[in-house]
Design a binder for this molecule. Sequence first.
Ligand SMILES: Nc1ncnc2c1ncn2[C@@H]1O[C@H](COP(=O)(O)OP(=O)(O)OP(=O)(O)O)[C@@H](O)[C@H]1O
Ligand SMILES: C[C@@](O)(CCO)CC(=O)[O-]
Ligand SMILES: [Mg+2]
Length: 387
Amino acid sequence: MEIKARAPGKIILAGEHAVVHGSTAVAASFDLFTLCSLRFHSDSENDDTLNLSLKSVGLEFSWSVGRIRETLSHLGGPFLSTPTSCSTEAVRCIAALVEEQNFPEAKIGLATGVSAFLWLYTSIQGFKPATVVVTSDLPVGAGLGSSAAFCVSLTATLLAYSDSVSLDKNQQGWLAYGDSDLDLLNKWAFEGEKIIHGKPSGLDNTVSTYGNIIKFRSGNLTHIKSNMPLKMLVTNTNVGRNTKALVASVSERTLRHPDAMSSVFNAVDFISKELSSLIESPTPDDLSMTEKEERLQELMEMNQGLLQCMGVSHASIETVLRTTLKYKLPSKLTGAGGGGCVLTLLPALLSGTIVDKVTTELESCGFQCLVAGIGGKGVEICFGESS
Ligand SMILES: Nc1ncnc2c1ncn2[C@@H]1O[C@H](COP(=O)(O)OP(=O)(O)OP(=O)(O)O)[C@@H](O)[C@H]1O
Ligand SMILES: C[C@@](O)(CCO)CC(=O)[O-]
Ligand SMILES: [Mg+2]
């Protein structure tokens, strides 16, 4: 039997990086998905391999289950209902399994994703032969949470076959996990993110798991109900970067300038809290919709200034900011920065002509504009035919 899971990407409205250092962040799911399918091999197939096909990045791997058992069984596990961190020893053993696959040098940045796969698979399912296929609409390494969607969709398929979760396997179409099962899933996905990111806050996997719009601080989430339309233009600069390195660079700057950086993180905390109250406040309140949008734009612009202080902006991001500002549309980077994607709020009454003009100008610079719904469902699973 085949099982599929799909997990959304995310945009961060405020608080990236600062959230790693304990500040509040506000994020929403973004309706581009990573899809993972899992099929265990039956005895009659006589196929004793674990195969991983990463379609969107053009990579295929295959290990004999015996080889994986020989390398990893001394680590204990499966741990299933006890999400467990990948120890230094486990990282070393898994790296050996990844290296044996002659990873193409040009794609070596993707090796952490394969390590996360091996850790999650063997920790949850042990040493069973299977084929796992991952496809994605999300650009990889662009700030839209591809690593989290990868870990969440993979974990969702792995847990679906376990007794630790309760799912009606006869139900047709896409279905959601129950809340306590989502908590387990989210914790496992976080362990995968740790392998990819080094020191994640848990924000990205939490948004991908639960969906909607959330306020997040130190591992705790609060669901937010927006009272204003949040139409966002997402511009991909197509400049590749890696979240792990950017998170580490902010930590190094924090070690060099602890007091100054603590004030920066504190300011971001206030921005995120004000932003979440603003979008939740009833309209019309004291403020008209236009005034609310202007405040939101201002908060996003202030957050961008602080991200520049953290050293995670980039020349390509600055070009996007300058271009959208010509149309009186402030923007901010979203995700880890250093390239990747930029977020621009499109006010409800903004004319379609302006949107077309700004999009055309951005695309003429070689950027790619994406529009997708935000605040939709989190991870879902499908046992039968998916629609
Ligand atoms: N579809 C996928 N197939 C294989 N690996 C993936 C896929 N999506 C993500 N990954 C893994 O995640 C890594 C990219 O994660 P990274 O955190 O650097 O960027 P991101 O998650 O896209 O952006 P951000 O963390 O800023 O939101 C890749 O190098 C790879 O290891
Ligand atoms: C940069 C960061 O804040 C968000 C990446 O999408 C890292 C994290 O929260 O783990
Ligand atoms: Mg990531």
